[in-house]
Design a protein around this ligand. Structure first.
Ligand SMILES: Nc1ncnc2c1ncn2[C@@H]1O[C@H](COP(=O)(O)OP(=O)(O)O)[C@@H](O)[C@H]1O
Ligand SMILES: [Ca+2]
Length: 497
């Protein structure tokens, strides 16, 4: 081949490489720009109206009119002052008022033009579930008041309602697996792939009034009351989920106080093995029995008081837990949780959040610790006297500090003996957040109600995140440079021959 022909071929090759690169760059830039323009950031708000307190979560994602499937993250959260909305039985109006501070925070965080299209949901959990069972009209009037307050803001209000226990469990499971990209994974090359089925995580949520367990069992769920079927990104999941009403941390510890009261003698001073030595708690019988989760004695004197006096006996505290958690009666044996509930054997890894996390975080056992260390840490903690415990933890409110010993033993009882993690303890991680987003049911709830998790895979393609766009550009430039280098080397070698 003549020198002229070689030069011509070389020129053509270089032009081809340059053209391809320019086209790829333009396509990449166009893709990047449609997704990264600030006005395409969309927002969504969910209130978690829990039994002990309400929190607002503000989510954001990049989206456009045609494709509402951007990657969702938490922009901000806000704690509502005061107790949960179910505590406003005497003054439902004030339940509505209590939300204003956080609604103002959200309003300030969302650009004015986006507020009208920002969906707002309020979901209430076990506190309102219990109130609804006791007095439906009172629960409805609280929901009506929170509705009025949210409607007075210029957001797109989409309703305030009480979630069922199954929904609460399933949405927590969706949140975790969405954040961990277990349903669909965004690869470096820009594709969405279905990760290995084995990487789906289970969810363990310990609230104040109820507790949920949700996971995909190895075998089909045998009890239809606990099966939750989902189709996400073209894949079907059969979830086992169960919510134990009245077995949240606070209601369980209330059951324990009532058990101690009912089994104690006539003395108004009752020993409490889960309370620290030196800690005393005085309660009227009205307060003690003021819960739909306990059975009131006949004709009791509501104004009489009892004094729970801490004895700091870790062993006794643990054994008492089996008096409030029924581990024996079950019609589905051996497929049982606790309290007679059906449960297939636990499967895979789990994230434990909410009060599971708070308790283990306080004890320094996060994200996971060997079982022997967990047991010895709990014992050491329970044996501390109240004076030294409060001195060691000046910034922790007594409201929580008094209960970490009892909560820890309650947690160990339901995890090891209730759900039967006794051989799979190392599969549980105690977590609060994934990718700066809180773990709870709220994100899963919003993703579901805004149809942001398509059931078919075809709609799953979303925007290209900035980091990936940068990587694409880098590779294109690098490929161009490499091609030119190779061509130049060939050319120089040819000339010198
Ligand atoms: N810092 C903390 N330390 C210990 N427990 C906490 C802390 N913050 C919250 N909790 C507990 O987390 C639980 C939250 O439950 P919540 O969501 O209000 O109820 P539910 O989910 O049953 O409606 C409560 O038991 C509360 O006491
Ligand atoms: Ca909760």
């Amino acid at each position: 081949m003549g020198i002229q022909m070689k030069a011509l071929l070389l020129g053509a090759a270089m032009a081809a490489v340059a053209c391809t690169t320019i086209i790829a760059l333009i396509l990449s830039l166009a893709n990047h720009q449609t997704l990264d323009r600030p006005y395409l950031t969309q927002y969504g708000i969910v209130f978690d109206a829990g039994s002990t307190h309400t929190a607002l979560f503000l989510y954001q994602w990049l989206g456009n009119k045609e494709n509402n499937t951007g990657i969702v993250s938490q922009k901000q959260s806000c704690d509502v002052d005061g107790d949960g909305i179910s505590s406003y039985v005497q003054n439902p109006l004030a339940a509505g008022e209590s939300l204003k501070k956080c609604l103002d925070v959200a309003k300030a965080a969302i650009p004015e033009g986006e507020r009208k299209t920002t969906p707002v949901y309020l979901g209430a959990t076990a506190g309102m579930r219990l109130l609804g069972l006791q007095n439906k009209s009172l629960a409805d009037s609280i929901l009506a008041e929170v509705t009025k307050t949210i409607q007075s803001y210029q957001f797109d209000f989409r309703g305030a309602r009480i979630l069922s226990g199954m929904e609460e469990g399933a949405y927590g499971w969706i949140t975790i697996n969405y954040l961990l990209e277990s349903f669909i994974k965004h690869t470096f090359e820009g594709n969405w792939i279905h990760p290995k089925a084995g990487k789906i995580l289970g969810a363990l949520d310990l609230g104040g009034s109820s507790t949920q367990i949700s996971f995909t069992p190895k075998d089909p769920v045998k009890n239809p009351d606990s099966a939750f079927n989902l189709q996400l990104y073209g894949y079907k999941y059969e979830l086992y989920t169960h919510s134990y009403l009245c077995f949240g941390k606070d209601q369980a510890l209330r059951k324990l106080q009532v058990y101690l009261h009912k089994t104690a003698g006539p003395s108004p001073v009752i020993s409490h093995p889960c309370y620290h030595v030196g800690y005393n708690l005085s309660l009227t019988l009205d307060d003690l029995y003021n819960s739909p989760c306990v059975v009131k004695p006949n004709n009791f004197n509501t104004t009489a008081t009892v004094l729970f006096s801490g004895t700091g006996n870790s062993f006794l505290c643990l054994s008492l837990m089996e008096d409030i958690v029924n581990l024996t009666d079950c019609a589905f044996s051996p497929d049982c949780g606790f309290n007679g509930a059906y449960q297939p054997p636990v499967n895979g890894e789990f994230f434990a959040f909410s009060a599971y996390f708070y308790t283990f975080d306080f004890l320094g056992l996060i994200p996971k610790a060997p079982l022997t260390q967990v047991l010895s840490t709990i014992e050491t903690h329970c044996n501390k006297n109240w004076t030294s415990l409060t001195a060691e933890n000046p910034n922790i409110t007594a409201k929580y500090l008094k209960d970490y010993c009892a909560s820890a033993h309650y947690i160990m009882t339901i995890l090891l003996k209730g759900y039967k993690f006794n051989n799979t303890w190392d599969q549980i991680s105690f977590e609060k957040q994934v990718a700066d987003t809180d773990i709870g049911w709220t994100l899963g709830y919003m993703l579901n109600l805004t149809n942001m998790i398509p059931s078919e895979q075809s709609r799953a393609v979303t925007g290209v995140p900035h980091s990936q766009w940068a990587a694409q550009i880098f590779f294109i430039v690098f490929a161009l440079f490499l091609s030119l280098l190779i061509i130049a080397i060939l050319f120089v070698r040819d000339l010198s021959q």
